[in-house]
Design a protein. Structure first.
Length: 316
């Protein structure tokens, strides 16, 4: 049975990953690291928690030692658009937290999962069906930290045997916690506007394709890669994973099947457009499928049905 520390457990991925990990490994075996408010409702009653600023190695060290942790989910990050406005913060949070987690993992023999992203690619990368191993010259600080993170994680594995594993997440669409400061956030926000009966203003142009993924598939990816048989892994940091690729018109038209009067207009945010234009249209995830049987369950239409069902039943 794993003993897991989630660093950044109150963010978009962490708040749902913590629930799933507790279902699988037991509530007391999943320690939710938190840094600053707001905390999800009942956060402190749902299981063990620890206050942790992952940029401080002592705090990571004490949490891992005190709770006898053997696996770290390192989710601390500043997303692409926010990091671009504050590159030093993006670098410090992304890199310092990772270095600290890796150093502590080396000491205590822990496995480490750190998400990479489609942001680890850049304009020189092949845009369609982007291969697993290809050119990685990102033009954002977020992407640079992701490439560094992949390299550093492989380095710790090759040099010291630290069991580092990772996936390159697309934009993640979820109905629980809103993302913040990402380039792909529009694909979440559009659902909230549709369900509330409000017009949606899209910050990226029609024809801007990016890979996206529904949260249940993203959680499966994060859990299955850490459970994968190590002897089958030819790659580690980091696997392309994919389930759907769309542009704003495609998601708008899918939502309109449920809300025929829904209106979308465009007001392009130059920063988000620049970032989106530098990222791939779609990834080839065949290595993940071959090496650890990755298999997503949701496409655009199935996800849309579920998002609308969940959000419309909840007061948002
Ligand atoms: C972002 O838009 O910054 C993230 C990502 C694709 O990594 N959602």
């Amino acid at each position: 049975m794993k003993r897991i520390l989630i660093v950044g457990s109150t963010g978009q991925i962490g708040s749902e990953l913590s629930v799933r990990l507790r279902e699988i490994y037991g509530t007391d075996n999943v320690i939710c690291g938190y840094f600053k408010p707001p905390y999800p409702e009942n956060f402190f009653e749902l299981g063990p928690t620890v206050e942790i600023d992952a940029t401080d190695v002592k705090q990571v060290y004490h949490a891992v030692r005190e709770y006898n942790v053997d696996t770290i989910y390192n989710l601390a990050a500043i997303l692409s658009a926010t990091a671009e406005k504050c590159p030093k913060l993006g670098w410090d949070v992304g890199m310092q937290s990772l270095m600290n987690c890796l150093d502590v993992a080396k000491e205590f023999n822990c496995g480490v999962f750190t998400p990479s992203s489609i942001g680890a690619f850049g304009p020189e990368t092949p845009k369609d069906k982007t291969p697993q191993d290809t050119i990685q010259r990102p033009k954002t600080i977020y992407g640079i930290t992701k490439v560094m993170g992949e390299l550093l994680s492989d380095y710790y594995f090759e040099r010291w045997g630290v069991d580092t594993r990772s996936v390159r997440f697309p934009g993640i669409i979820s109905n629980m916690t809103l993302p913040g400061g990402g380039t792909t956030d529009y694909a979440v926000e559009i659902f909230y506007n549709a369900v509330k009966g409000e017009k949606f203003t899209c910050p990226v142009k029609a024809g801007t394709f990016m890979d996206m993924m529904y949260m249940p598939d993203a959680l499966n990816a994060a859990i299955e890669i850490m459970e994968a048989d190590a002897s089958r892994l030819k790659h580690r940091n980091s696997f392309n994973v994919a389930s759907m690729s769309f542009d704003p018109e495609m998601i708008y038209n899918e939502i309109k099947k449920h809300y025929p009067n829904f209106v979308m207009e465009y007001n392009v945010d130059p920063l988000k457009q620049r970032i989106a234009d530098s990222w791939p249209n779609s990834l080839d995830d065949s290595c993940a499928r071959n090496e650890w049987d990755w298999q997503p369950k949701y496409d655009l239409s199935k996800m849309t049905v579920d998002m609308i069902d969940v959000l419309s039943k909840r007061k948002i």
